[in-house]
Design a protein around this ligand. Structure first.
Ligand code: UD1
Length: 377
C-alpha cells in the first residue's frame, strides 16, 4: 500500500450483489494506491444465499458485516443506514461503490451522500417504469445520489439523460455480472447438479420466483403455481426456491405435485442447471441477462423489464402474469422424452441467438476501476 492511498468502500448485501462485486473487488485489489474495504450489510445471511457465493467466487471475507438481517423495508433500510454511518466515520472513504437495486444499495448510497462521500453506482439507469417495484424506487433514488453512474446497456444511458443527469457522470462500461459468468463458465461445467437431480441436458426447465408482486398474494400465487405445476407434467421443472417464496407457499397451503423443489443453489450449480435447461421461467432481473449470454430461452413472468437489451439482443421474452399467456408460452417447450434436445427450439435459444449486447465481454470491472482511477486519482 502506497502512502496517501485512497479508500474505497464497496458494498454487498443480497444475493444478486455478490456476483457483481466479485470481479470489482478482484480488480480493485490489483490497484496499489487503493485500500478496498468490503462491507456486507447482512441483508442476506442464509449460507446458501450468501456464504456459498463468497467461497465459489473467491470473494474475500468482508471487512465489516453489519448483520442487519430481514425486516420491513423501513426497518431494513434504516438499520443499514445507522450501521453504515458508523463504518463511514471509521474509514473516511473517498468513495462508496454500490451495485444493483436492493435495499442495501439505496441505504448505503443515501448514507454516503449525506456525509459528503462520493458514490459510484454499478448497474445505473435501468428502469422498469413500474413504481410499485421496491427495486425501481431504489434504482431511481440511488442514481440521483450518485457521482459516477456505470451503465450495462444503452437504454440505461438514455434513461439517465432523460432524467436530467449530467452526461459527464454517465459511463457505458458493460456488465459486471457477465464478467463473473464468463470467468466461471468453465468451473460451472464441473458441477454434478444434473447427475444429482437425475436430469438430462435439455430435458427440463428451471423456475425461479421471488418477486413480491408474484409471491405475496396467496390467491394469485396459488393460481400461478397450479399453471406451472401443470406444465411440469410434460416438462420436468426444477424450482430452487427462495426462502421468501418457500414461506409464501407454505402459508398459502400450496402443494406442488410435479415441480421439483430444491434449496437455493450455489453459483456453479445454478449456472450448470440453467445453461442446460430447455427453458428458464423467472421473475429475476439478473437471470434475464445470464440466459441472454447462455442463449437459453427465458420466459419472464413480469409485464415489464428494466433490461430491454435482453429482449432485443437476447433470448428473453416477457410472458407477463396472465395464466393463459404463461400456458401458451410453456406449451412451446413441451418435452418428448428422448427426442427433444436443448437449443432445438426454432424461435428461441441457441438456434436464434443474436450478437451479445455491446460490452458484455468480461471487462466491465476493468473499465470501471480505470474510470474511477482517472477521476479520483
Ligand atoms: C431481495 C431484493 C430483490 C432481489 C432479491 C434476490 C430488495 C428490496 N429486494 O429480495 O431485489 O431480487 O433480494 O434474492 O432489496 N430471507 C431468508 N434468508 C436470507 C434472506 C432473506 O430466509 O438470507 C427471507 C426472510 O424471510 C426475509 C425474506 O426472505 O424476510 C425477504 O428477504 P429480503 O432481503 O427482504 O428480500 P428478497 O425477497 O430476498
Amino acid at each position: 500500500m502506497v502512502k496517501n492511498a485512497l479508500t474505497y468502500i464497496i458494498v454487498a448485501g443480497a444475493r444478486p450483489n455478490f456476483m457483481k462485486v466479485a470481479p470489482l473487488v478482484r480488480e480493485l485489489k490489483k490497484q496499489k494506491n487503493i485500500r478496498t474495504i468490503l462491507v456486507h450489510t447482512g441483508q442476506h445471511y442464509d449460507p446458501n444465499l450468501s456464504d456459498v457465493f463468497f467461497k465459489e467466487l473467491d470473494i474475500p471475507t468482508p471487512d465489516e458485516n453489519l448483520e442487519v438481517g430481514s425486516g420491513s423495508h423501513a426497518t431494513q433500510t434504516g438499520a443499514i443506514m445507522i450501521k453504515f454511518q458508523d463504518v463511514i466515520e471509521r474509514y473516511h472513504p473517498n468513495l462508496v461503490i454500490v451495485a444493483g437495486d436492493v435495499n442495501s444499495t439505496i441505504a448505503c448510497a443515501l448514507t454516503a451522500a449525506k456525509l459528503g462521500v462520493k458514490v459510484a453506482h454499478v448497474e445505473a439507469g435501468l428502469r422498469s417504469g413500474d413504481w410499485s417495484m421496491p427495486e425501481e424506487i431504489n434504482r431511481v433514488l440511488t442514481d440521483r445520489l450518485s457521482d459516477y453512474l456505470f451503465c450495462t446497456e444503452e437504454s440505461a444511458m438514455k434513461n439517465l439523460r432523460a432524467e436530467g443527469i449530467d452526461a459527464k457522470k454517465i459511463f457505458f462500461v458493460g456488465n459486471v455480472m457477465i464478467d463473473t459468468l464468463l470467468r466461471e463458465r468453465a468451473n460451472a461445467e464441473h458441477s454434478a447438479i444434473l447427475k444429482t437431480l437425475g436430469l438430462q441436458q435439455g430435458g427440463y426447465s428451471v423456475l425461479t420466483l421471488h418477486r413480491a408482486s408474484n409471491v405475496d398474494q396467496p390467491d394469485a400465487l396459488k393460481k400461478l403455481m397450479e399453471t406451472l405445476d401443470g406444465a411440469a407434467r410434460t416438462l420436468p421443472m426444477i424450482f430452487p426456491v427462495h426462502p421468501r417464496t418457500r414461506a409464501a407457499l407454505a402459508s398459502a397451503g400450496i402443494v406442488l405435485r410435479h415441480i421439483q423443489i430444491v434449496d437455493p443453489l450455489g453459483y456453479r450449480d445454478f449456472m450448470k442447471l440453467i445453461s442446460n435447461a430447455r427453458c428458464v421461467i423467472t421473475d429475476s432481473g439478473g437471470i434475464q441477462e445470464e440466459t441472454t449470454i447462455l442463449g437459453v430461452p427465458c420466459l419472464t413472468l413480469r409485464n415489464n423489464t428494466e433490461r430491454p437489451v435482453t429482449i432485443t439482443h437476447g433470448t428473453n421474452r416477457l410472458v407477463g402474469t396472465q395464466l393463459s399467456a404463461i400456458k401458451k408460452a410453456l406449451g412451446e417447450f413441451t418435452y418428448t422424452a428422448g427426442k427433444e434436445q436443448h437449443g432445438k427450439n426454432k424461435k428461441w435459444g441457441k438456434g436464434s441467438k443474436k450478437t451479445h449486447p455491446r460490452l458484455w465481454d468480461g471487462k466491465a470491472s476493468e473499465r470501471i476501476v480505470r474510470i474511477l482511477g482517472s477521476r479520483l486519482g
